[in-house]
Ligand binder design. Structure first.
Ligand code: 3PG
Ligand code: MG
Length: 439
């Protein structure tokens, strides 16, 4: 890693703007997985101990830009509005906008994050009810050495995703040093993740310990893997992983494909897949990747059996009837929702003998115990891979591994879903590119 870190700058008495990814899953105001909050603590504690004045900021979810005058409805709401009779639309729009403000303020405020940080950091964290407004200004000005203020949800302002210059200038006016530790958002090129530095508003820009750790572990595994190197990909859509598949085929020895995306590969090979998930526009791509694996002398493992049901479970954890079918004997009217037992064995054997494993994407509908066996088997195989470096990409796979109780058995669980996938694609992340190089 050739980027400067907080270790490379003198932070004593300096105002440090720390971009975190506090976009954590919440249910009824309660944080359900605080991996990202825990991940941010080493940097925040380091800065506190060294007498910095710390301004923390993050986004949460995908809110309306409720702090931006004249903000609009989201796509779904616009569609709902368009379906109404023309004469009712103006009143309905007004009502929808008012509801949006109330809902976003209630559900996507960072106030619960401030509360949790205070429990973890000994009541040193103030909370600003705006981002670059009067409350934030006053609370930043009042900071003493070793104290923090958390700003409200950055995406409440359209300037965040819109990379607005004025918004960047105001944020930058709060700080002497910019610290990016939001690995989960490092693939976004937004005001607080990249533009604030790219526009030249802050000159000193370094990363925190979370970004440093994520990059070191994952880039190292990709660039200098101990072989055999096995990559496991799952998840619903081939389209989400096009470049990941291609890039990993060049780096790994064995590529395992399970989850919803596997059925596109099976269909590309001419198999009946019933009503399983498929992306018909990507069948040629799947054939290309199968050929690429052959040319590169890599093993590409696909399911040999599946767990089939008449329909997708609704609710997702509903008990259902299922049958196990071999690939080649899939029922035309049924959908495969997990890899079958024989596939579990083949995939597990490949993983257990690996020395480096990266995994992104569940093998089936793991939210339902009937269709979780494939994902559990993979988690178990990674846990059993003796002496191997095991890396879990963020998002669904991290949630699955944590939910199934395997978190402490892995070398590294990334806090970034999209970000770790882009690393696996071999892409540069804007939130990291913009930082100062080490001399
Ligand atoms: C995430 O959870 O994926 C990150 O926090 C980034 O959020 P986004 O996908 O809404 O940009
Ligand atoms: Mg995302």
């Amino acid at each position: 890693m050739n980027k400067k870190t907080v270790r490379d700058v003198d932070v004593k008495g300096k105002r440090c703007l720390v971009r975190c990814d506090f976009n954590v899953p919440m249910k009824d105001g309660v944080i359900t997985d605080e991996n990202r909050i825990q991940g941010a603590l080493p940097t925040v504690k380091y800065l506190m101990e060294r007498g910095a004045k710390i301004i923390l900021c993050s986004h949460m979810g995908k809110p309306h830009n409720i702090f931006t005058p004249g903000f609009g409805l989201n796509k779904k709401e616009k569609a709902a509005l368009a379906a109404l009779p023309a004469e009712n639309q103006a009143a309905a729009k007004k009502e929808m906008l008012e509801k949006a403000v109330k809902k976003d303020l209630a559900n996507l405020t960072l106030a619960p994050i401030a509360k949790r940080l205070n429990e973890l950091l000994g009541n040193k964290v103030a909370f600003a009810t705006d981002i670059v407004g009067e409350d934030a200004k006053a609370k930043v000005a009042a900071l003493k050495e070793g104290e923090c203020v958390l700003l409200e949800n950055l995406r409440f302002d359209a300037g965040e995703e819109g990379r607005d210059e004025e918004f960047c200038r105001k944020l930058a006016s709060f700080c002497d040093i910019y610290v990016n530790d939001a690995f989960g958002t490092a693939h976004r090129s937004h005001a607080s993740t990249a533009a604030i530095v790219e526009y030249g508003f802050v000159k000193t820009a370094v990363c925190g310990f979370l970004i440093e750790k994520e990059l070191t572990v994952m880039a190292d595994a990709l660039e200098h893997p101990v072989h055999p190197f096995v990559a496991v990909l799952g998840g619903a859509k081939v389209a989400d992983k096009l470049n990941v598949i291609s890039n990993l085929l060049e780096k790994c020895d064995t590529l395992i494909i399970g989850g919803g995306m596997a059925y596109s590969f099976l269909k590309a090979e001419g198999y009946e897949i019933g009503t399983s998930l498929v992306d018909d526009s990507k069948l040629d791509y799947c054939r290309e990747m199968i050929a690429k694996a052959k040319n590169e002398g890599k093993k590409l493992l696909l399911p040999v059996d599946g767990v089939m049901a008449a329909s997708f479970p609704d609710p997702i954890d509903a008990p259902m009837a299922f049958v196990i079918k071999k690939v080649g004997e899939f029922d035309k009217n049924m959908e495969s929702l997990d890899i079958g037992p024989e596939t579990c064995k083949i995939f597990s054997d490949a993983v257990k003998s690996a020395k480096t494993v990266i995994w992104n994407g569940p093998m089936g509908v793991f939210e339902n115990p009937i269709f979780a066996k494939g994902t559990v088997a993979m988690a178990q195989a990674l846990a059993d891979a003796k002496g191997a470096t095991t890396i879990i990409g963020g998002g669904d796979s991290a949630a699955a591994v944590t939910q199934l109780g395997f978190a402490d058995k892995m070398t590294h669980i990334s806090t970034g879903g999209g970000a770790s996938l882009e690393l696996f694609e071999g892409k540069k992340l804007p939130g990291i590119e913009c930082l100062n190089d080490k001399n």
